[in-house]
Design a protein around this ligand. Structure first.
Ligand code: FAD
Length: 467
């Protein structure tokens, strides 16, 4: 290792490892430290990747059982949960190894250990063998990510009262699963276990599911999930969970206060959100400012208040998403290298990988109304899309919001099969400042689901053709 590094990145998640890769590409000498033992952070180890592996296999299982017979394919299906979990573990193993390879390829030193900022320019790493490594560096990037938000009155044991981490490891299908929180993590993991046979109830404090997503989509999405068999108790808070023999008794209370009720479950999944993680880093001693929610405060260029210390990803403000961490990593390292790194937060998509998928980018109608922005809407249902018909997946719609005066695309919200892929065209449109007419006049291959987005864009100027 060189005497003096240019960048030490603390955390090997999508923020940290992409920062180290970009540093290597720009000729900066870097090290990337993670205490977990495998690289890839929350995303690859216990988040995006294992959850998507289970979402995929559980969807196939349900389709083989319920959908294929309707399409002229006779099947007999039997669940092999151990096999499903093995697929997930294999994918995680391959991808985390892949990150190590990428770090090596970009000449970043991958160090397993717990890092602490001793001072600006100095990082101490407690290695697994108990020894301490001291790194001298020009810049430190904090990319320590986030952790599960605790729920007062409910103690997570990762066996019967689980977080998203424990929910990825259940050895058998719970008969009754109670999910606390109707955000994307709760709905995705609730969907996995419902497909495999659980009776799933979702309890949500707010009066709606998927807070932050388009309200119209949220309503329809809840109806679809209810049709699939998920039960919802909105405007309700979970105030306690007690083990009583084989079962858990969960105490509920109306969000506005009132009489308590109880509900029984075999497994409780706490998915009320995530909190920034900066514990043990020595930030106070180093003088790095945190906001009241415990997030590292930075300026728009990812600089903290201490010269030479930067922060990116879940540990700072903004959406807790892997690609947001990645985008910030690129911009932050480019700024360190004297370039002009920048992130356009309006063009960061968000996806819920249920079936149908829900995807959005840019502003929601609620946000535009609150900001007093005049906008036009174009909408198109997948029932009228030829490809959706051919794949027997016609639920949902695409909605394009554009500025009433300039036609600039302000937001796109899609619920339907492959919405997570379809949203990318909209993210690009917002990134380049395109008009809805640009989408409407771009040729879209037929028959594809992308045509629904085009037809919705045509609808902004009132010329949707296929409806
Ligand atoms: C169940 C689940 C599903 C998700 N699905 C998606 C999805 O589909 N799409 C999406 O975009 N996002 C998803 N996310 C969110 C995504 O995982 C995070 O936004 C992303 O991982 C944040 O990246 P990061 O680099 O900021 O932090 P992290 O990935 O959390 O990485 C931080 C790393 O820092 C390490 N660390 C912390 N402190 C120290 C220290 N002192 N020394 C050394 N190492 C340290 C930790 O071990 C950790 O590995 C999901 C999250 C969960 C929990």
């Amino acid at each position: 290792m060189p005497e003096q590094l240019d960048v030490v990145v603390i955390g090997g998640g999508p923020g940290g490892y992409n920062a180290a890769i970009r540093a290597g590409q720009l000729g900066l000498k870097s090290a990337c430290i993670d205490k977990r033992g495998t690289f890839g952070g929350t995303c690859l180890n216990i988040g995006c990747i294992p959850s998507k592996a289970l979402l995929y296999t559980s969807e196939l299982y349900e389709e083989a059982r319920d959908k294929l017979p309707k399409l002229g394919i006779k099947t007999t299906t039997e669940l092999d949960l151990a096999g499903m979990l093995a697929h997930k573990t294999k994918v995680v193993g391959e991808l985390t190894k892949g990150v190590e390879f990428l770090l090596k390829k970009n000449k970043s030193e991958a160090i397993v250990g717990e890092a602490r900022i001793a001072a600006a320019g100095k990082v101490e790493v407690k290695l697994n063998d108990g020894s301490t490594l001291v790194l001298e560096t020009k810049h430190i990037v904090i990319a320590t990510g986030s952790d599960v938000a605790p729920l007062p009155g409910v103690t997570i044991d990762e066996e019967r009262i689980v977080s998203s981490t424990g929910a990825l490891l259940l050895k058998s299908v719970p008969k009754r699963l109670l999910v606390v929180g109707a955000g994307y993590i709760g709905l995705e993991q609730g969907s996995v276990w419902r497909r495999l046979g659980s009776d799933v109830t979702v309890v949500e404090f707010l009066d709606r599911i998927t807070p932050g997503l388009d309200g119209e989509i949220a309503k329809q999405f809840q109806r679809i999930l209810t049709r699939q068999g998920m039960k919802f108790q909105l405007s309700t808070k979970v105030v306690g969970a007690e083990k009583k023999g084989e079962a858990l008794t969960v105490t509920l209370e109306p969000a506005a206060g009132g009489a308590q009720t109880t509900i029984e479950a075999d497994i409780v999944l706490v998915a009320i959100g995530r909190i920034p993680f900066t514990g043990g880093l020595g930030l106070e001693k180093a003088g790095v400012a945190l906001d009241r929610r415990g997030r590292v405060v930075t300026d728009a260029n990812f600089r903290t208040n201490v010269e030479g210390i930067w922060a990116i990803g879940d540990c700072r403000e903004g959406a807790m998403l892997a690609h947001k961490a990645e985008d910030e990593a690129v911009a932050c390292i480019e700024n360190i290298a004297g370039k002009s790194g920048h992130v356009n937060y309006d063009a960061i998509p968000a996806v819920v990988y249920t079936h149908p998928e829900v995807a959005s980018v840019g502003k929601t109608e609620e946000e535009l109304k609150a900001a007093g922005v005049e906008y036009k809407i174009g909408k198109f249902p997948f029932t009228a899309n030829a490809r959706a018909k051919t794949i027997a997946s016609t639920e949902g719609f695409a909605k394009v919001l554009a500025d009433a005066k300039t036609d600039r695309v302000l937001g796109v919200h899609i619920m339907g099969a492959e919405a997570g892929n379809l949203i990318q065209e909209a993210a690009f449109a917002i990134e380049i400042g395109a008009a809805s007419e640009d989408i409407a006049r771009t040729s879209h291959a037929h028959p594809t689901l992308t045509e629904a987005v085009r037809q919705a864009a045509m609808g902004v100027e009132g010329w949707t053709m296929q409806m």
